[in-house]
Design a protein around this ligand. Structure first.
Ligand SMILES: Cc1cc2nc3c(=O)[nH]c(=O)nc-3n(C[C@H](O)[C@H](O)[C@H](O)COP(=O)(O)O)c2cc1C
Length: 352
């Protein structure tokens, strides 16, 4: 019987539960990661960060290196194709305070694969191993790798690559067993995850289609993976993280939904600035308010509003009791707020 509350280790980093919050581009902002930790994720991860962007000291890319005290343990994920550039990026990630450097060998998006990064590396094992070796040699924190199964449907490239990456210094592997071509269609084939677990002596994290406590237990039991990763199920739905961890969690009340959404909105405005946050947050309104929690026209109404202040006002009219809950959440959060900008060392800005 697998206990999801049991801690486990990646190198010297202790992970308190067996639920990992997935890295998701355009989603995994600091508010998402901190929320994930509050609801029981043992490890959270940034979205993928461009090594070229870090090399050129791109201001927006550097923003991804902001680490809050209450996020730990935290992985920051990097993508790129040049071992030297990736090693330098990994050093910046370590200096920013991340507990792990995660390397992306899974991104299927053409903009990334055409540069030789992401999923392309699944079919270029020599370069992939050189990247891991160089990155692992550059930092003292553990280096993990996130992969898909391969480029084409039915590919088993990850089974050849995985052990090579471990030999090169990977302290953990995450497998999302879909091909790059599949994107998010079909099902994640966790029979492949079970095969990978047999081939390596480092913890393997199973990613893909884990949406419930029952599914998490099934995946852990049938694959021997050390942990499950939760992605889409957690979008606008931290309660899913708690359910996956513990089972039996009920649907949140409207007040709870609105309070969490408002906290998320406020934190994201602080992180991205109001202008960027206004557009960024729109998809989250739909995610929070679906699951039959609010009628569809209400979501449409929110999307029409121009300012964050109007959104806040409208949400509080719909669920007045949320204000008190929000106050309590914000009080608990105060300690974290003070450190929102901490962890971004001056040296990181030094070149730019
Ligand atoms: C919107 C979105 C963005 C994603 N971005 C990343 C990313 O930056 N890095 C990464 O390794 N995987 C990324 N993924 C893949 C997820 O981490 C995860 O492996 C995948 O969604 C399968 O898990 P799920 O079924 O729990 O969603 C992304 C997925 C989604 C839906």
């Amino acid at each position: 019987m697998v206990n999801l509350h049991e801690s486990w280790w990646i190198g010297a980093v202790q992970i308190p539960t067996r639920v990992v919050l997935a890295p998701m581009a355009g989603v995994s902002v600091q508010a998402f990661r901190r929320q994930g930790r509050r609801y029981g994720a043992g490890l959270v991860c940034s979205e993928m960060v461009s090594c070229a962007g870090l090399e050129h000291r791109n201001e927006r890319t550097l923003d991804y290196l902001r680490v809050a005290r209450d996020e730990h343990p935290l992985a920051i994920q990097i993508f790129g194709s040049e071992p030297r550039v990736m090693a330098e990026a990994a050093r910046m990630v370590e200096a920013a305070g991340a507990d792990l450097v995660d390397v992306n060998f899974g991104c299927p998006v053409r903009k990334v694969t055409k540069t030789g990064a992401g999923a392309t590396l699944l079919e270029d094992p020599v370069r992939a191993a050189r990247i891991v070796e160089t990155v692992a040699g550059a930092v003292s924190v553990p280096v993990s790798v996130k992969m898909r199964r391969g480029l084409e449907d039915g590919s088993r490239a990850c089974l050849d690559l995985g052990p090579r990456l471990v030999d090169a210094g990977a302290a953990s592997l995450t497998l999302h067993p879909r091909s790059a071509r599949q994107m998010y269609t079909g099902e994640a084939d966790h029979a492949l995850t079970a095969e990978l677990v047999q081939l390596v002596d480092v913890p393997v994290v199973a990613s893909g289609d884990v949406v419930s406590h029952a599914k998490a237990r099934e995946v852990l039991a049938t694959t021997g993976a050390a942990a499950v990763m939760v992605g889409r199920a957690a979008q606008g739905n931290p309660w899913a993280v708690a359910e996956i961890l513990k089972g039996g969690a009920g649907e949140p009340s409207r007040e709870e939904v609105v309070a969490e959404l408002l906290l998320f909105v406020r934190e994201t405005v602080r992180e991205l600035g109001e202008q960027r946050a206004t557009g960024f947050l729109k998809k989250f309104y739909g995610w929070y308010l679906c699951h039959g929690r609010f009628p569809k026209p209400f979501k449409q109404e929110l999307l029409q509003l121009r300012t964050i202040a109007e959104v806040e006002q409208r949400l509080l009219i719909a669920a007045p009791g949320a204000e008190e809950l929000l106050e309590r959440l914000e009080e608990d959060h105060t300690a974290g707020e003070e450190v929102l900008l901490e962890g971004l060392p001056i040296s990181v800005y030094g070149g730019g």
